[in-house]
Design a protein around this ligand. Structure first.
Ligand code: NDP
Length: 284
């Protein structure tokens, strides 16, 4: 496992753990803390920041804008467009609005948030036009299962897609059956969202699972670090945990150095078996 990657053909290598921003920008009283957390993450090398026009209705992009002010060149900035905005003039308006909130004049990567009714051809055309205008460096997709990826690949310009951002964590391994192998075969990096299983029952089950806890204890690290090290064990996968607290950001950055042994991975496989058949793509 390498801690940095040359994904996206970016000029500088990108660490395989980045920073998510969902639920940031929703509450003014938490804003300073969120900005500080993101800045600490950049200081520690978590330079890929993932956001979306959807998060807090643009509020998360504003938090990111504040965090990267004066240091735009240090980050690899990713945002996402609503599917109904991923076409023609609407894509330009949506992108402009994101850029304004982010306080920058370009995104490194712009993702179709999920597939809806707009034909891929029209989204590809909109993305190509944004690239031609220098507003985005590359484009990618999110929440697409293998069949959708296959359709995209058949279209003119479809292979320019830089990534597929999908849900992936130890408790949700469905993509290992066919999507992850497909992406590997096509040299397409996968960005794993919800690598810590976000909130809810599943997260509690993972955080308190005796096998995960025992591995963390043995290595003198946190359970979250085990979960992140597990997600990035695969050379084609990058994780984007969201952390709004400095302590969490520091833990997540340190997870870049964690290596799970073959025996630890086997124990995790036993507790959370890989899929033996096709499963529908998990989404939030
Ligand atoms: P995560 O799995 O990243 O979990 C986030 C939660 O984990 C927060 O409550 C955070 O707490 C906590 N946390 C972070 N670090 C630690 C740590 N070291 N120890 C314990 N708890 C920790 O869930 P997300 O849903 O946020 O997913 C990550 C990112 O992926 C999103 O923020 C977003 O950018 C992207 N995403 C994309 C989607 C898509 O459709 N393309 C869908 C969902 C997410 P705290 O904030 O208090 O530090």
């Amino acid at each position: 496992m390498a801690t940095v990657t040359h994904f996206f053909s970016h000029s500088t290598p990108i660490p395989v753990i980045g920073q998510g921003t969902w639920y940031m920008g929703e509450n003014a009283t938490r804003r300073r803390q969120e900005v500080n957390a993101l800045q600490r993450g950049i200081d520690l090398g978590l330079t890929l920041i993932d956001t979306a026009e959807m998060y807090a209705d643009g509020g998360a992009e504003e938090v990111v804008g504040e965090a990267i002010r004066g240091r735009r060149d240090e980050v690899y900035l990713v945002s996402k467009v609503y599917p109904w905005n991923a076409v023609g003039f609407r894509a330009h308006e949506a992108c402009e609005a994101s850029l304004k909130r982010l306080g920058t004049d370009y995104l490194d990567l712009y993702l179709l948030h999920w597939r809806a009714t707009v034909p891929f051809e029209e989204t590809i055309a909109a993305m190509e036009s944004l690239i031609a205008q220098g507003k985005i460096g590359r484009w990618g997709v999110s929440n697409l299962d293998t069949e959708d990826m296959q359709s995209l690949w058949k279209l003119e310009g479809g292979k320019a897609c830089a990534t597929n951002q999908v849900l992936y964590h130890l408790g949700s391994r469905g993509i290992e059956y066919d999507l992850l192998p497909w992406c590997a075969q096509h040299d397409l990096p996968v960005m794993a969202y919800c690598p810590l299983a976000q909130a809810g029952r599943l997260r509690e089950a993972l955080l308190h699972h005796p096998v995960v806890k025992a591995i963390a204890q043995d290595k003198g690290i946190s359970v979250a670090q085990v979960l992140l090290a597990w997600v990035i064990r695969n050379p084609g996968v990058l994780a984007i945990p969201k952390a709004a607290t400095i302590a969490h950001v520091e833990e997540n950055a340190a997870a870049l150095e964690v290596r799970l042994t073959a025996q630890e991975m086997a124990l995790l496989d036993e507790a959370f078996p890989p899929p033996h058949e096709k499963m529908p793509l998990d989404v939030v």
